[in-house]
Ligand binder design. Structure first.
Ligand code: NAD
Length: 356
C-alpha cells in the first residue's frame, strides 16, 4: 500500500514521541508538513525530520498540502476544532488523548467523521504497548476466568511546569489529574476488562493556586464494570516525589495480571499468575509469587513504542477502512468514565454512565 501522507499539527512535547514513527517507517507513513502556532518550534522539528513544508495555521495547511491525514498533537482545547477542520477538509484524523475537553465535543467529532467517512482514532498509546496487548490476549483467552476487580493509579508531579502552563488550566486541559494522566489507565481498564457501568463515588482535591479553572491535583474514584467487577482508580499530579507509578492490576477468578512499571519505565512488562501457569499455593507466602512476564513477542508489534505502533495501526486502518482499536467511537466510553468521575465528585452521588 502507498504510504499514508501525514501532516503533524502541534510540534511540542508529545510530537517528539510521534516523529520516530515517520523516521523509522517512511514506506508506511510519510510526514509531509509540520504546523505549530510557534513557527520557530515548527521549523526546528521540520529541520530535524527533513520536512520542507512548515505552517503556523492549520486551515492554510489543509488548503495547500496534499495529505491524507492529520496527526493532531495540539493542546486538548484545540483537539476538537483542529479535528473538525481536518474532517471537513476530507482528511483522516489521529488525535492525542484526551480526545477532547468535553463529551459533547467528542461526540461532535465522531459524528462528523462518520458523515465524512474519515478514519478517526484517539492516540491512546498504552493500548499499543506490547505488554498491554499481550495482557489483553491472555484475558480474552479466558486464562484469568471472569474479571472480578481492577485497580489502577497514575502518579506524576507537574511542579516543574512553568506557572500558567496549560496543564494547570482546566479550561485548556479539560480538568487535571483525571483527564490529564488518569485517562491512560482508565482507558486501559476498558481495553483489558471491558466497559464501565457506573461511577459509585469520586473525590478530587486541589490546593495549589497554580491549578485553575477546575484542574484537580488529586482524585480517587470507585466504579463498577458492566460485568459487575469492582474498580478503583487514583490519579495525582502533585505528588512530592514518587516513583513513576502507573499501576494496573486485573484480578480474575483464576489469575491476576499486574502491569506496574519499574520506576521511570512505562514500557516495563506486565506479569501474570494463574492457575494454569503458576505453582499451587501451599505455604502462606506462595500467594505473592508465581508471576511471570507476559510474552510480548507473541503480539508481533513492530516497535516497543506505543506511539510508533499506534501510528502504524492508524495508517493500516486508513488504508483498509477498518475501525481502529482506539477509534473515536470507542473512546467515547473512556471519556464517559472521565466525565462520570468529575460528575460524581461534583455532586457526591453515583453516576450511571449510560445517562451521560
Ligand atoms: N500520549 C501521551 O502519553 C501524552 C503525553 C503528553 C502529552 N500528550 C497529549 O499531547 C497533546 C500535546 O501535549 P504536549 O505535552 O505536547 O504539549 P506542548 O505544549 O508541549 O505542545 C503543544 C503544541 O501545540 C501547539 N498548538 C496549540 N494549539 C495549536 C493550533 N491550533 N494549531 C497549531 N499548533 C497549536 C502549541 O504551540 C504547542 O507547541 C495534549 O493533548 C496532551 O494531553 C499525550
Amino acid at each position: 500500500m502507498p504510504a499514508l501522507r501525514v501532516a503533524l499539527v502541534g510540534a511540542g512535547n508529545i510530537a517528539s514521541h510521534h516523529l520516530p514513527a515517520y523516521a523509522q517507517f517512511p514506506e508506511q507513513v510519510e510526514l509531509v508538513a509540520i504546523c505549530d502556532l510557534d513557527e520557530g518550534l515548527a521549523r526546528r522539528r521540520a529541520h530535524d525530520a527533513g520536512v520542507e513544508r512548515v505552517y503556523t495555521d492549520v486551515d492554510t495547511l489543509l488548503r495547500e498540502v496534499a495529505c491524507d491525514a492529520l496527526d493532531v498533537c495540539v493542546t486538548p482545547d484545540q483537539h476538537a476544532p483542529v479535528a473538525l477542520a481536518a474532517i471537513a477538509a476530507g482528511r483522516h484524523v489521529l488525535v492525542e488523548k484526551p480526545f477532547a475537553v468535553t463529551l459533547a465535543d467528542c461526540r461532535k467529532v465522531v459524528a462528523a467523521a462518520d458523515r465524512a467517512g474519515s478514519t478517526l482514532m484517539v492516540a491512546q498509546n498504552q493500548r499499543f504497548l506490547p505488554s498491554h496487548q499481550a495482557a489483553r490476549a491472555i484475558i480474552a483467552a479466558g486464562e484469568l476466568g471472569e474479571v472480578r476487580a481492577v485497580q489502577t493509579d497514575s502518579i506524576q508531579h507537574w511542579g516543574a511546569l512553568a506557572a500558567g502552563h496549560w496543564q494547570h488550566d482546566g479550561a485548556r486541559a479539560g480538568g487535571g489529574a483525571v483527564i490529564g494522566v488518569g485517562v491512560h489507565r482508565l482507558d486501559l481498564v476498558r481495553f483489558l476488562a471491558g466497559d464501565v457501568k457506573r461511577v459509585l463515588s469520586a473525590v478530587t482535591r486541589t490546593a495549589s493556586p497554580r491549578f485553575v479553572n477546575g484542574a484537580e491535583e488529586y482524585a480517587a474514584a470507585t466504579f463498577e464494570l458492566e460485568n459487575g467487577a469492582v474498580g478503583q482508580a487514583f490519579a495525582a499530579v502533585s505528588a512530592f516525589r514518587s516513583p513513576w507509578s502507573e499501576q494496573l492490576l486485573v484480578f480474575g477468578e483464576r489469575g491476576t495480571i499486574h502491569a506496574s512499571p519499574a520506576p521511570g519505565n512505562v514500557r516495563s512488562r506486565a506479569f501474570v499468575a494463574s492457575e494454569r501457569r503458576s505453582a499451587p499455593v501451599v505455604e502462606w507466602a506462595d500467594q505473592f509469587g508465581g508471576f511471570e512476564p507476559v510474552d510480548i513477542a507473541a503480539e508481533g508489534l513492530p516497535s516497543e513504542s506505543g506511539q510508533v505502533n499506534e501510528i502504524l495501526h492508524f495508517a493500516t486502518c486508513c488504508a483498509s477502512g477498518a475501525e481502529p482499536l482506539s477509534s473515536g467511537r470507542d473512546n467515547i466510553g473512556t471519556m464517559k468514565l472521565v466525565a462520570g468521575i468529575y460528575e460524581s465528585a461534583r455532586t457526591g452521588a453515583p453516576v450511571e454512565l449510560d445517562d451521560l
